[in-house]
Write a protein that binds this ligand. Structure first.
Ligand code: DAK
Length: 257
C-alpha cells in the first residue's frame, strides 16, 4: 500500500505535503491525519523549513473525514478519538501553511484547508461542509473558522444545507486569497511559500501568531499582542539586518536570530 502522505523537500525553505489517497478522494483517515501532524511536528523544529505547502491531487484536496472509518466509532470511541490530538497539532503548527486546493475540499477537507494561513485554489475547486447530509455536523472547526472566514450567513448556508460553493464564490467571500487555472495552483502556492520562507523566521512566526489573534480575540487583546510582538522583534539581529539591507540596497540575509 502506498503511503497516504508524500513528503517532499524542504527545497528553498518549503516543505511539501501531498495527501495521497486518490482512490478515496484523499479522505482523512486517522493514519493520514497522524502523518500530517507528525510531519508538521518535525517541520516545526527544522530550521530549513520556513513554510509548508499542503496539497492533494487534481480531483480532490480532501473529501473529508473517512466516512467508513467514522462509521465504526460510537460515542465513547469519539470521546477517545485520537484525531482530536492530530487536529490540534495541525492548528498549533507555528510556521505558515499554504494550501493548494484542486477539486473537492469537503467536510474535514475544507476544515483542513482552513487550518492553512493562505488558501490558493483552482478555479474548478469546490468547498463545502456536507456533514449535515450524514446526520452529523462539522467537528474540526467548520462552524467556527468558516463563520470567521466567510461570515455568518454564507457559513450557515453551507453548513445547514451541505451545499458546496465554487472557487469564484470562495474568492469573493474571502475563504481563498487567489484562484488559478488548475494546472498552476500548486506552482502558485509554492511560489508564495518560497516568498514567505525567504523572510525573517521570527518575524514570520510572530506575524502568523498575531494574525491568528484577529480571529480568536477581541480587538484590544489582538492589538496588545501585536504591539508586544512588534517590540520583541526590535531585539532581533534579523531586524537590524533587514534595515541595513534596505539602506545598502541589497537582499537581506536573515538568520532567524
Ligand atoms: N470517506 C471515505 N471514502 C470516500 C469519501 C470519504 N469522505 N469521499 C469519497 N470516498 C470514496 C468513495 O466511497 C469512493 O470509493 P469506492 O466506492 O470507489 O470504493 C471513492 O472515494 C470515489 O468517490 P466517488 O465515486 O463518490 O467520486 P466522485 O468524484 O463521483 O465524487 C465526492 C467525489 C467527493 C463529491 C464524493 O465522493 C463525496 O460526496 N464524498 C463524501 C464527502 C463528504 O460527505 N465529506 C464529509 C465527511 S464527514 C472531527 C473532525 C472532523 C470531522 C468530524 C469530526 N472531530 C475531530 C471530532 C469531519 C467529518 C467529515 O468530514
Amino acid at each position: 500500500m502506498s503511503h497516504p502522505l508524500i513528503i517532499d523537500g524542504p527545497e528553498r525553505g518549503v516543505l511539501r505535503l501531498t495527501l495521497n489517497r486518490p482512490e478515496a478522494r484523499n479522505a482523512l483517515t486517522t493514519t493520514l491525519l497522524r502523518a500530517i501532524a507528525e510531519a508538521l511536528a518535525a517541520a516545526a523544529t527544522d530550521d530549513k523549513v520556513g513554510a509548508v505547502v499542503l496539497t492533494g491531487d487534481q480531483r480532490a484536496f480532501a473529501a473529508g473525514a473517512d466516512i467508513k472509518e467514522m462509521a465504526e466509532r460510537d460515542l465513547v470511541g469519539m470521546l477517545n478519538d485520537p484525531r482530536q490530538r492530530h487536529w490540534q497539532a495541525i492548528a498549533d503548527f507555528p510556521k505558515p501553511i499554504i494550501a493548494a486546493v484542486n477539486g473537492y475540499a469537503l467536510g474535514g477537507g475544507c476544515e483542513l484547508a482552513m487550518h492553512a494561513d493562505i488558501i490558493i485554489a483552482a478555479d474548478t475547486a469546490r468547498f463545502g461542509q456536507p456533514e449535515i447530509r450524514l446526520g452529523i455536523m462539522p467537528g474540526a472547526g467548520g462552524t467556527q473558522r468558516l463563520v470567521r472566514a466567510v461570515g455568518k450567513s454564507l457559513a450557515s448556508q453551507m453548513v445547514l444545507t451541505g451545499e458546496a460553493i465554487d472557487a469564484g464564490r470562495a474568492l469573493a467571500a474571502g475563504l481563498v486569497s487567489e484562484i488559478t487555472p488548475p494546472e498552476l495552483t500548486l506552482e502558485r502556492a509554492t511560489a508564495i511559500a518560497e516568498t514567505v520562507a525567504a523572510q525573517a523566521p521570527l518575524a514570520v512566526r510572530l506575524a502568523k501568531e498575531a494574525l491568528a489573534k484577529a480571529g480568536d480575540t477581541d480587538l484590544a487583546t489582538g492589538l496588545r499582542f501585536e504591539r508586544h510582538a512588534f517590540t520583541v522583534l526590535a531585539g532581533t539581529q534579523d531586524r537590524d539586518e533587514g534595515i541595513a539591507a534596505f539602506h545598502d540596497k541589497r537582499a537581506a540575509r536573515f538568520l532567524g536570530r
